[in-house]
Design a protein around this ligand. Structure first.
Ligand code: GAR
Length: 325
């Protein structure tokens, strides 16, 4: 489990259409010590949604914006504006019964989650409980997934099965699934928004990118994962450091052109770079990975540059030619 207490809290806007019991579960979980996120807005397309009154009573910022008489794109754009104004980094759909435009979904790609009352990919859409019972399934359940343009089809981030009992009605099952929902959603949302501060997730991101470089291979160095060019005369171009040598950062170590460039980068952007112990003396720089707003493209650029500095000429020129294409 991640140590959420040391990571900045993510800001989440919750969209609801009804009772808002999942919103409430998310809210109370966010008020536990060490929570990974806070709720900065509860918005609804139904001004009478019961969840809005609860959110208001709990001191949350709310926004009611009826979709009646509005084109879908216009309504989504207004919702998007309200969410952005709240400063949210993520959107959690919690019983938001509106089909979203592709444009809205694209704007929040990778940052919008939904809870759906079935074990996806089974029973997308509505009447999930009745369909599970009619099919004779042993279990219904709940899924939390990323939102993509296709309805209920994005990557599943977490699921909980709920047993179906003899004689269950759809309402019986819905009530028990709701209990499971309230456990699952806060957990999955918390883990999702904090993964960018977790060493295991960051290492996997770096590893995929480092090993995509020609003839790169992974070899641990003094216990830290490292990547080098292949062969006997292979040289290291990157190391992954998880708070090594007293550093407070999870970082990627790569080669700059030398100590002068390293020092000036650190002076210009101390939130992004630091001078690593031992390696700093020869111009290696620490690129801080566990920070808000990290740009993975710049990590990729650093890996490629560092790789090119040690790669055999034949490989480096091949790579340059590929890039030009
Ligand atoms: C929840 O059961 C949620 O899974 C479902 O709506 C209910 C909202 O309840 N969502 C969907 O069906 C989405 N397709 P709540 O307002 O009490 O959270």
């Amino acid at each position: 489990m991640a140590d959420f207490a040391r990571t900045p809290k993510a800001r989440v806007a919750v969209l609801i259409s009804g009772a808002g019991s999942n919103m409430a579960a998310l809210l109370y979980a966010s008020r536990l010590p060490g929570a990974a996120y806070e709720i900065v807005l509860v918005a609804s397309n139904d001004p009478d949604a019961a969840g809005l009154a609860l959110a208001d009573a709990e001191g949350l910022e709310t926004c009611a914006l009826s979709h009646k008489g509005m084109a879908r794109a216009e309504h989504d754009a207004a919702m998007d504006a309200a969410i952005r104004a709240s400063g949210a980094d993520y959107v959690a759909l919690a019983g938001y019964m509106r089909i979203l435009t592709d444009d809205f979904v694209a704007k929040w790609r990778g940052r919008m989650l939904n809870i759906h009352p079935s074990l996806l990919p089974k029973y997308k859409g509505l009447d999930t409980h009745a369909r599970a019972i009619d099919a004779g399934d042993s279990h219904g359940g709940v899924s939390v997934h990323l939102v993509t343009p296709e309805l209920d089809a994005g990557e599943v981030l977490g699921q909980l099965p709920v047993a179906i009992r003899d004689g269950d009605t759809a309402d019986d099952l819905a009530a028990r699934v709701r209990l499971a929902e309230h456990q699952l959603y806060p957990r999955v949302l918390g883990e999702y928004v904090s993964r960018a501060y977790r060493a295991d997730w960051l290492l996997e991101q770096v590893r995929t990118r480092a090993l995509a470089l020609p003839e790169a291979e992974e070899r641990a160095s003094h216990g830290a994962p490292g990547w080098r060019t292949a062969g006997k005369s292979g040289k290291y171009f990157a190391y992954f450091n998880d708070r090594h040598h007293g550093s407070e950062h999870i970082a990627l170590l790569v080669k700059t052109s030398g100590p002068d460039e390293m020092e000036s980068l650190i002076e210009r952007a101390p939130e992004a770079y630091f001078k690593p112990a031992f390696y700093g003396a020869s111009g290696w720089i620490g690129v801080i990975l566990d920070r808000p707003g990290l740009d993975w493209q710049s990590v990729e650029d650093w890996l490629e540059r560092s790789w090119a500095a040690v790669a055999p000429k034949r490989l480096a020129s091949l790579q340059r030619a590929a890039a030009e294409l």
